[in-house]
Design a protein around this ligand. Structure first.
Ligand SMILES: Cc1cc2nc3c(=O)[nH]c(=O)nc-3n(C[C@H](O)[C@H](O)[C@H](O)COP(=O)(O)OP(=O)(O)OC[C@H]3O[C@@H](n4cnc5c(N)ncnc54)[C@H](O)[C@@H]3O)c2cc1C
Length: 390
């Protein structure tokens, strides 16, 4: 065992409280969500150690771990079932983007806050008229003295009701070609000029919001990556998002990642006879294919991390995000099929696990929409990975 593994193991054993192990609350940095005491303690201890953002430079709250050390940390967190101490768009999306594109002042201002989980971030990209064709966005920023004044609306802003900040793609130069007149700004959501309206879904939940800006103010120094350079900065941020979905963003510490997929046992519980044999040939074949794809996906994720030159890969993130999403959807379809009529219960008669499976099956349909649809990823893979003509 390497010294780093030994030290990590000992430190985690001593410092990870029981309430931060197994299933449970994971902070996103929101100031309006109260943390359980063990969760708070775990976050503070990990932040102090630099392990909420283990690969970031020490001066911005990280621990400067290399890829091998990062991998060991993840394995050791998984070994004791420790949950990630902090997740969300701060450590995973905007933090690494500021690290790449921010000025020294911007890094010093924002990164330690992200690393300590001081404020949750929403994502202001999509608009009613700009989803896949994101560059058509019309939310605008006009310079007034030392500030930008923001007007317009964003839609599908996940979690916006309890976020403190939002990074927003805005149009700064309406007269330029559409990709060349966009900038990325950081907006404080506590101002009156930012209004959030939850969108009620059929399930009763409201994870999505509309976010409206009515003369919202952004200090000039909170524009990231230069005026009208937002398309380049914003695309890179999307790679961090897609890499997070794909499990190959090494900014955050991603604790407690489960290596063993429980799906095989779940399918068996519903579809196998007393000898553990699944007599339905089609189901058996689907399970075998799913298991092979899952293994291939895990190996691909590891390879992608090993080949990293930075905290997340470039266009490869589209491929790994897509295969990851499709595989998860296949797994859910398979489990729901194995459950048969039990998989159709949607009321208090349903077992907890059945209802959870059904909800996950429905929710995971969104994996091929969020962060850019399946078709958008296929277009990127065709053009940027395979080099096919437009
Ligand atoms: C769970 C979830 C969370 C989200 N969170 C956020 C968030 O926090 N912030 C945010 O800004 N957005 C968020 N979104 C929005 C998401 O980014 C958009 O839904 C997505 O980019 C698609 O845009 P759209 O909904 O406007 O669909 P459209 O772009 O209108 O697409 C409709 C259909 O047309 C297809 N299509 C469009 N263009 C092409 C093309 N060129 N070639 C082939 N097919 C095409 C699409 O693939 C899709 O099937 C979230 C979405 C989901 C599902």
């Amino acid at each position: 065992m390497t010294d780093f593994r030994k030290e990590t193991r000992a430190w985690l054993e001593e410092n990870c409280p029981p309430g931060a192990r197994g299933e449970g609350q994971i902070p996103i940095g929101s100031t309006s969500i109260e943390l359980e005491s063990d969760v708070r303690l775990w976050l503070d201890r990990m932040a102090e150690k630099g392990w909420t953002v283990p690969t970031w430079p020490k001066e911005y709250g990280g621990a400067e771990l290399d890829r091998e050390e990062y991998q060991i940390l993840v394995e050791e967190l998984g070994r004791i079932g420790a949950r990630t101490p902090l997740t969300g768009r701060g450590v995973n999306y905007i933090g690494p983007t500021i690290l790449e594109f921010g000025t020294e002042e911007q890094k010093a201002k924002w990164l330690p806050r992200c690393a300590r989980g001081e404020g949750a971030w929403a994502m202001g990209y999509s608009e009613p008229g700009a989803g896949s064709d994101l560059a058509s966005l019309s939310c605008k920023a006009v310079r007034e003295g030392d500030n930008y004044i923001i007007n317009g609306s964003k839609i599908w802003t996940s979690d916006a009701t309890y976020c403190d900040y939002i990074f927003v793609l805005v149009r700064t130069s309406p007269d330029k070609p559409k990709h060349e007149g966009i900038s990325l700004v950081l907006v404080d959501m506590s101002q009156e000029a930012v209004q959030v309206r939850p969108i009620q879904l059929i399930s009763g939940a409201s994870p999505f919001c509309e976010t409206h800006f009515d003369n919202a103010i952004v200090p000039m120094e909170d524009l990231i990556g230069g005026v009208d350079n937002g398309w380049t900065v914003g695309k890179r941020l999307l790679q961090f998002e897609r890499s997070t979905h794909a499990g190959i963003n090494i900014s955050g510490s991603q604790g407690g990642r489960v290596e063993e997929d429980p799906l095989r046992d779940q399918v068996r519980r519903y579809a196998a006879d007393e000898n553990g044999f699944i007599s339905d040939t089609e189901l058996r074949n689907r399970l075998t294919t799913y298991e092979m794809n899952t293994r291939a996906q895990t190996i691909t994720q590891r390879r992608a991390i090993e080949e990293l030159q930075s905290r997340a890969p470039g266009f490869t993130s589209s491929a790994v995000k897509l295969t990851n999403a499709l595989n998860k959807q296949d797994g859910d379809e398979l489990l729901v099929a194995a459950m048969g009529s039990q998989g159709l219960k949607w009321d208090q008669d349903a077992e907890k696990e059945e209802l959870a499976t059904l909800k996950r099956w429905l929710y995971q349909k969104s994996l091929t929409i969020a962060g850019g649809t399946k078709e958008v990823q296929l277009n990127i893979i065709a053009k940027r990975v395979l080099g096919l003509p437009d």
